[in-house]
Design a protein around this ligand. Sequence first.
Ligand code: OSB
Ligand code: MG
Length: 369
Amino acid sequence: MKIERVELHTIDQPLVQPFRTSFGTEINRPCILITVYSGGLIGWGECVAAHNPGYCYETVGTAWHVLEEFLIPAILGQEIAAPTDIPNYFKRVRGHNLAKAGLENSIWDLFAQAQNVPLSHLWQRQRDRVEVGVSIGIQPTIPALLTQVDNYLSQGYRRIKVKIEPGWEIAPLTAIRQQQPDIRLMADANSAFTLADVPLFQQMDELKLLMIEQPLDHDDIFEHSKLQARIYTPICLDESIHSPMHAQAAIELSACRIINMKVARVGGLTHALAIHELCQQANLPMWCGGMLETGVGRAVNLHLATLPNFTLPADISATDRYYHEDIAEPSFTLNAIDSTITVPNAPGLGVEVQLDRVAKYRQRHGVFN
Ligand code: OSB
Ligand code: MG
């Protein structure tokens, strides 16, 4: 398919409630929506870079720059034979995976639409509903946290993830455990701890957590292998895994027992599929992470999580957990009966972007052809 035109739209939407992690608080969530045009079809992608380089070094500003100056020129006017060729077009750009993923994924949407199939029919779709949980930000008090947990459990979510940081770990997790002895509970540190905290993690072993996500440095694999050898709770790596090579290193070093797959963090669906394959071979379970996406990115995540090795609940919650009004329809709702979200079935992503809403939240617009 020939890439005739690309548009970028930086939007900024207010979150239903502020999302606080060990790296900062998000009140509004920006993203860059990407539109690609080919042969009368329009593909959509979402670049999940945020305002601040807290989760990773990219921001909406760096992503726009890299897209405009390097990634869009690499594909504009090119005849693309298959979406899996895209990493090759981008190979002269080091890093900037969030920017790459947004653009690559929009081309996957184009190809799925051209074949008139849902995106997940381009790979081994194994299920029509994806088991999901909810990720709860750091709260001002333990009672406030317990209220949030009760609220999400009563909505039907059956796996609870809690953000932690030094000073907000054992006490909040213990409080939840006391009220909910049997729920699937896990913690995400977003790299807030060091190896000096081994005793703290050994204490956490008592809490029967499903896993601890990214306890140590954002670009570390080796020290996680040291921590994993000293605790029973499985470590799940998020921030540290940017490529199939990183996944391989983590597996060989026993740095984790689980991987959080974020398609943005690994630079797009082609690499995500490669990592899925590798983890499946190694018998390493995985699950689909989230980046507070709009309906565009959420649809991609749901399609991705239909792959067979996604065996743990995803961080893909219902639309109303994030936004009052999202830019795509239909919005996603939780199937409370089994804590799942249904995978869209229309061609491509299977959601319709509402251009009037994009215009309402848009801060910057660029057209490249
Ligand atoms: O570390 O998993 C993370 C959101 C933004 C940045 C990093 C993370 C998260 C989440 C939210 O935990 C997951 C979601 O519901 O989208
Ligand atoms: Mg995480």
